[in-house]
Ligand binder design. Structure first.
Ligand code: SAH
Ligand code: SF4
Ligand code: F3S
Length: 493
């Protein structure tokens, strides 16, 4: 069971940490070992607080996917417990970038922002900078950082993130040298470390780590390591603790949730896990990400169809609609089998929203291949699709292919796909106009202060006049207008 740091138990947790004997031997058990280091770091942060005359600030910046977002919550939980003030601004005492490397533009953003951090650090030499996440698992990135970004204090990767307290301690006890600790892989899953949530009422939960699929364009298996599932009892215990702490919606996270549990000592299917999760009292909504089409079982469709809690949304990455390209991508399904699967899901669960990911410009992709993709978009009628320009990732098989598509051609194809995606999803999303639906209110609207924003079960956003006390609550709204890919609504009752 993870330990949630919240307003109610922060003091209790702090008292627990205070009691740890930091002069005794380092515990062998990994969880205890990290609490031991948290106790040590707490002393360092106390000293720093005294020196500064205030609590030091720390800003955690997340790039990339939901996995990274969840990892950042783990980092934040630890930072809070050792005495940092969590802040939004990067002009502070400690900044951590939790990086992504799935496409090159993610990397470029990190380098760009590091340039800015260097300037802040010049005016505040005490400032500390740490980098972690997927990008750090790439040797070429580390070389570049070592050469041109010497002002970074701490670098670690995805496999040893659970050692964060120990690494923090090393940073405090170092003489200012850059600390780099990158593991090639790990089979460890360390439970029971503190976590702080961004939203009090909803949370992501890792059910598995890594990926074994090796789609030929993708770097994730190289930077996140081999697939390993958490035990169902640990997942259930974590969700129960979350629900006790006010969570009503959870998102089960894995690169391919459909292969969850296959390698556990006592194998269990993802559908079976969902059924166990469904039983948890007080939990209202269940989401999950991501489903690989090749492993999506009939059992899962049935469980979804019969569930009261699993949301009417499925993210089913297509990548390409061309069977020829799918083969080279190593996706292990065809255009036809994808279409069949989508039709089966739509038939069994008519109110489901299907979303997808599409890559344009994979090596060797022709105009005809792109037309196949467009054909699938039309046939499936995706409610939402994330369209990406193919990015060459060093070390992946596709990067070495000699038939890379010229940039101008990719751009033209991308525009075609995007146009189709927008046309289709606009018409699909609008289908609910006039109906009354239940939404979970998430936050104040960023643009219009008088509006609140909530989410339908099918993942569509609804903005409606309301007040902040509704955040985290379910309300009934009438969907009055669909101006784009979202609704304007009004609260009923
Ligand atoms: N595990 C998930 C995807 C994780 S990465 C799955 O298999 O569906 C998220 C998305 O990034 C992918 O679905 C893919 O569309 C995109 N992506 C991955 N590698 C990419 C690359 N090299 N270039 C462009 N997009 C890529
Ligand atoms: Fe990447 Fe494929 Fe694994 Fe998804 S399933 S993370 S696209 S290798
Ligand atoms: Fe990026 Fe790593 Fe997620 S590469 S998409 S942050 S798993």
């Amino acid at each position: 069971m993870a330990v949630y740091v919240n307003k109610d138990n922060a003091e209790e947790m702090a008292a627990f940490i205070e009691k740890i004997d930091i002069h005794g031997p380092v515990p062998a058990d990994e969880t205890k070992r990290q609490y031991y280091y948290m106790a040590k770091v707490r002393k360092h942060v106390e000293a720093l607080t005294e020196e500064l005359g205030r609590k030091p600030g720390c800003c955690v910046v997340t790039f990339g996917c939901q996995m990274n977002a969840r990892d950042s919550e783990k980092l934040t939980g630890i930072l809070q417990l050792v005495g940092y003030d969590i802040v939004e601004t990067e002009q502070t005492d400690f900044v951590i970038y939790n990086t992504c490397t799935v496409r090159d533009n993610a990397n470029q953003r990190v380098y760009g922002r590091l340039g800015e951090l260097k300037r802040y650090k010049r005016s505040n030499p005490q400032m500390k900078i740490a980098l972690c996440g997927c990008m750090m698992q790439e040797p070429t990135v580390i070389e570049k950082l070592q050469k041109s970004y010497r002002f970074v204090n701490l670098i670690f990767g995805t496999h040893n993130i659970f050692r964060f307290p120990e690494l923090l301690n090393a940073m405090f006890e170092s003489n200012g040298d850059m600390i780099i600790d990158i593991w090639r892989d790990t089979d460890q899953i360390v439970e029971d470390l503190p976590v702080e949530r961004k939203y009090p009422f909803k949370s992501g939960i890792n059910i598995m780590f890594g990926c074994n699929n090796f789609c030929t364009y993708c770097i994730v298996p190289y930077v996140r390591g081999r697939e390993r599932s958490r035990k169902p009892e640990d997942i259930i215990a974590e969700i129960k603790a979350l629900v006790a702490d006010g969570v009503v919606e959870i998102m089960l996270l894995g690169q391919n949730v459909n292969s969850y549990g296959k390698n556990l000592e006592q194998p269990i299917t993802f559908a079976q896990l969902l059924q166990q999760v469904e039983q948890i009292e007080g939990l209202e909504r269940i989401r999950f990400m991501t489903s690989h089409p090749k492993d999506l079982s009939d059992e899962l469709i049935e469980v979804m169809a019969n569930s009261q809690k699993i949301c009417r949304h499925l993210h089913l990455p297509l990548q390409s609609g061309s069977t020829r390209i799918l083969k080279v991508m190593n996706r292990v399904y065809t255009k036809e089998s994808y279409l069949e699967l989508a039709a089966k899901i739509r038939e069994r669960i008519p109110d489901i929203a299907l979303s997808t990911d599409i890559i344009v410009g994979f090596p060797g992709e022709t105009y005809e291949d792109v037309l196949e993709t467009i054909d699938v978009i039309e046939k499936v009628q995706f409610e939402n699709a994330f369209t990406f320009i193919y990015s060459q990732r060093t070390g992946t098989p596709a990067a070495a292919m000699t038939n890379q598509v010229p940039e101008a051609e990719v751009k033209a194809h991308f525009d075609l796909v995007l146009q189709k995606v927008q046309e289709v999803s606009r018409s699909r999303i609008g289908l609910y106009e006039g109906q009354t639906v239940e939404i979970l209110v998430e936050e104040k609207n960023g643009q219009d202060e008088s509006l609140m924003t909530g989410r339908m079960s099918n993942n569509t956003l609804v903005h409606f006049p309301g007040t902040e006390d509704l955040i985290g609550k379910f309300v009934q709204v009438r969907l009055t207008k669909c101006p784009g890919f979202y609704y304007i609504g009004e609260q009923i009752g």
